[in-house]
Design a protein around this ligand. Structure first.
Ligand SMILES: *Cc1c(COP(=O)(O)O)cnc(C)c1O
Length: 463
């Protein structure tokens, strides 16, 4: 056929709509179907015009339309399988919520709720009171406030306590967290003036002493979340900073990054300062994320002395940074788990993953390996090997968690192709490639996902 004939035989939209395979798609919105048909036909037309297509069949066109509809009809934000072993993967949504947190979201949002209604007195209430008592009970803090995320928390604290005044920070703590959170930039936005003290590797108490004056708004301490300075180093401990602050009547503020509320050394992880420790040391204000080690929804939690928290509650910025009801529901349920420490390790998925026993990891890796082998046979080279997982989320950058991974490669298909196809799977599977192998770290893979992985590999590589 020549170009003209090829073009004229392209099916019309109306006739495609009557094709059984398209007409039977009752659940798909008509606008999506129409768009998919028009786009697909247009693609064929272009290919014919540019002589990239010299033949086609009607069935091919329908198949392409159906796959286009499927793509358009699937959610953009969706579940993925995290086979990377990084537990708090910022790109993959950080903390996985506990079951009770998900249930709380459903319970409070499928109907009305008392978000800003005081049920005791029948008057308008505050959305901030739902978790304040709980946070104080768990941490020993005097008062609490929650906002959109930790970046917002730091900004609000600085704006409330140090606007137009100086905020004193060690040069060793001017951190940048992924996703463009930089302490100097946040400070500038908040209206506080950055005063750097000390050097990159060493800051002494006298550096702070020399810097504080009547212009100082806060002394800020920032947790070096995602990096460590090793070797000839010195940081001033919290106790001394708090003492200095008290002597000059200057609030000492700490951005502790990841909100660790239990002693993780008991479970074989290296020491991480807890929020409770900062409060015991007499910190005036401490902030942290809700969706890192805490294991809850995205949120910024601010704890500290009532007089400072009160100043934040009346700051206009609080309104702009306010937390929403879904987050509050999930946060309250997550915090309730912390009332019993044994529940934390069992019910908060990230904590369960981080503290998983090495023998259990080995058994899981062997099981995943067997499932893949059963489907793919000799089309794949499989090995269960020791490796290391990461905590992620800017927490414990040097912590190497021993794990077991299933390592694969296929004789007839490139790893890049497998990686791409897994990533484009209906439930995308995100893996790690190391040298000439693809690794599946079972630490972050849920048991019900083993089947998803083995079947996807079967479709891609064949059995
Ligand atoms: C992660 C982190 C932040 C940013 O927290 P978000 O909740 O992502 O806004 C700020 N400061 C420190 C020290 C962090 O580790």
């Amino acid at each position: 056929m020549n170009k003209k004939e090829l073009l004229s035989y392209l099916p019309k939209v109306d006739s495609i709509l009557m094709d059984n395979r398209i007409a039977s798609l009752k659940e798909v919105s008509r606008s999506i179907i129409l768009e998919a048909i028009r786009e697909t036909i247009e693609l064929y037309r272009e290919s014919i015009l540019h002589e990239k297509l010299s033949e086609y069949s009607y069935d091919e066109i329908i198949k392409d339309i159906l796959s286009n509809i499927k793509k358009k009809n699937s959610f953009h934000l969706k579940k993925v399988v995290n086979a990377t072993g990084t537990v708090l993967h910022t790109n993959l949504g950080r903390a996985v919520l506990a079951k009770s947190a998900v249930e709380a979201v459903i319970n409070t949002s499928t109907g009305y709720n008392n978000l800003e209604f005081n049920l005791d007195e029948g008057v308008r209430g505050s959305r901030y009171c739902h978790v304040e008592e709980l946070l104080c009970k768990i941490t020993g803090s005097e008062a609490a406030l929650v906002v959109n995320n930790n970046a917002a928390a730091v900004m609000l604290v600085l704006s409330s306590l140090s606007k137009g005044r100086e905020a004193v920070v060690s040069r060793g703590q001017l951190v940048e967290i992924g996703g463009s959170f930089r302490i100097p930039a946040v400070m500038e936005l908040s209206g506080a003036k950055l005063v750097e003290v000390g050097t990159t590797n060493r800051t002494h108490l006298f550096d702070y002493e020399n810097a504080v004056s009547e212009n100082t708004g806060v002394i800020l301490r920032v947790h070096q979340s995602n990096y460590k300075i090793l070797g000839f180093t010195e940081e001033v401990n919290l106790e001394d900073l708090v003492k200095l602050g008290n002597e000059h009547d200057i609030p000492v503020v700490e951005d502790i990054g990841s909100g660790v509320l239990i002693d993780v050394t008991k479970y074989g992880l290296s020491y991480e300062p807890t929020v409770q420790n900062s409060i015991e040391q007499g910190i005036d204000v401490v902030t942290f994320s809700g969706d890192k080690m805490l294991g809850g929804p995205q949120a910024g939690i601010i704890l500290g002395k009532k007089k400072y928290i009160d100043m934040m509650k009346t700051n206009q910025l609080t309104r702009a940074l306010r937390i929403d009801k879904l987050t509050l529901a999930a946060l309250e349920a997550t915090l309730r788990i912390y009332l019993d420490e044994e529940r934390v390790i069992k019910e908060i998925p990230g904590m369960a993953m981080l503290t998983k026993d090495i023998l259990e990891l080995k058994r899981d890796a062997q099981r995943l390996s067997r499932m893949i082998k059963n489907l793919l046979g000799n089309n794949v080279n499989l090995e269960v090997i020791r490796d290391f997982s990461q905590v992620g989320g800017g927490a414990m950058p040097l912590e190497n968690l021993e794990t077991y991974v299933v390592s694969i490669n296929a004789p007839n298909i490139s790893l890049d192709k497998i990686e791409y196809d897994l990533r484009k799977n209906e439930i995308p599977i995100i893996t790690r490639i190391s040298k000439d192998r693809m690794l599946f770290d079972v630490r972050t893979i849920f048991p019900e996902e083993y089947k998803i992985i083995s079947q996807a590999l079967y479709r891609i590589i064949g059995g």
